[in-house]
Design a protein around this ligand. Structure first.
Ligand code: ADP
Ligand code: MG
Length: 351
């Protein structure tokens, strides 16, 4: 019997490649919101507002007052790998902006309908243009606009039946979006954030330009959380180890919660670090008598070349140089802070 002939190998159409990649970058509505808000922050905005309809599947609209987009850049704005933030590979080592891949907007046009309205400083009018599969649907139309950029994503995943169905059945993403904006608002406490459902006047997150991070936490998570927080700072400038700085707020012995809230920024990027979270939870459960999960807000600053930002298309995780010793240093700092508050508490109850 003869062996079956091998199938021919063919090159995929660019549009197929782009749609596959898009599904990876934009996994759900909240991932689109994260990309859009990061773009607004990268554009130097001091006010960012988010409007969501149907958990983000019908509409996501992010408006900012940042530097806007030049009209001559609009034709390539939503092509894959077009960016104003990176030009050479080496720049990745020193990148300060949150974006760098030039993929987010492009991805959104492959899985939804994107409309951009933007105006740059000194212009008399703005432009509005819609995109589909990376390209403009028509020439940009002049329109009235206030300062900055507004990006609207409609009918997300209209062409991905299974994903849309899954998301429709699941609890919608609105709560995740509110949580995301809350996190951004704590760290960027000089930016005014708002987040609301379409057609509803009351915002679910609304900050004013606050003076301190603690005030921001109070506005967002409530006074009952802010009341039970302690400030924590660590700086480790031993030249033989990695140079880093950490500051933030952690809950004290009076705080109670069933779930850990960990708001972590590394070099101003909102990221997750499971190892660090676990390490801190261990300290809490072994130091405090009550079995409460902590509230943690931490901002860690490391030299840019100690952080690898390019390990995941969603940039959700980063990888750190000397991660273990860094975690240990933070663990020790949290522990001594907790021991202190524990003794103060005992002391208070005794007197
Ligand atoms: P990246 O952020 O990685 O550069 P994006 O696809 O997210 O890629 O955005 C592409 C480009 O569009 C950005 O580099 C930026 O120049 C521009 N841009 C996107 N959103 C905004 C915004 N809200 N304000 C100003 N410029 C923006
Ligand atoms: Mg971006």
């Amino acid at each position: 019997a003869s062996v079956a002939e091998p199938p021919r190998i063919r090159r995929l159409d660019e549009s197929v490649v782009n749609r596959i990649a898009a599904g990876e970058v934009i996994q759900r509505p909240v991932s689109a919101v994260k990309e859009l808000v990061e773009n607004s922050l990268d554009a130097g905005s001091t006010s960012i507002s988010v409007v969501v309809k149907d958990g983000g599947l019908k509409l996501i609209q992010v408006s900012d007052n940042g530097h806007g987009i030049r009209s001559e850049d609009l034709p390539i704005l939503c092509e894959r790998h077009t960016t104003s933030k990176l030009s050479a590979y080496e720049d990745l080592h020193s990148i300060k902006s949150m974006g760098f891949r030039g993929e987010a907007l492009a991805s959104m046009t492959y899985v939804g309908h994107v409309t951009v309205t933007t105006i740059t400083e000194g212009q008399l009018h703005g432009y509005r243009v819609s995109y589909r599969d990376g390209v403009m649907e028509h020439e940009p139309k002049p329109c009235a606009a206030v300062r900055g950029t507004q990006i609207m994503v409609e009918n997300l995943f209209y062409n991905m039946i299974a994903r849309r169905k899954n998301l429709q059945n699941a609890n919608d993403d609105y709560a995740k979006i509110v949580d995301l904006i809350s996190r951004f608002a704590i760290h960027n406490s000089s930016v005014i954030f708002s987040c609301r459902k379409h057609g509803v006047n009351r915002a679910d997150v609304h900050t004013v330009t606050t003076l301190s991070k603690l005030d921001a936490i109070k506005t967002i998570y409530g006074i009952s959380v802010a009341r039970d927080l302690m400030e924590i700072t660590v700086s480790d400038d031993n030249p033989s180890r990695s140079i880093f700085e950490m500051n933030g707020f952690i809950s004290n012995a009076n705080y109670t919660a069933k779930k850990t809230t960990m708001v972590l920024f590394i070099n101003d990027r909102l990221v997750e670090c499971t190892a660090l979270k676990r390490a801190i939870e261990v300290v809490y459960s072994s130091t405090l008598p009550k079995a409460s999960r902590p509230f943690i807000y931490m901002s860690i600053k490391l030299p840019c070349d100690h952080v690898d930002v390019n390990i995941h298309p969603t940039k959700r995780e980063v990888s750190l140089l000397n991660q273990e010793s860094l975690i240990e240093t933070i663990q020790n700092a949290v522990e001594s802070k907790l021991m202190n508050c524990n003794t103060t508490r005992t002391f208070q109850t005794q007197t």
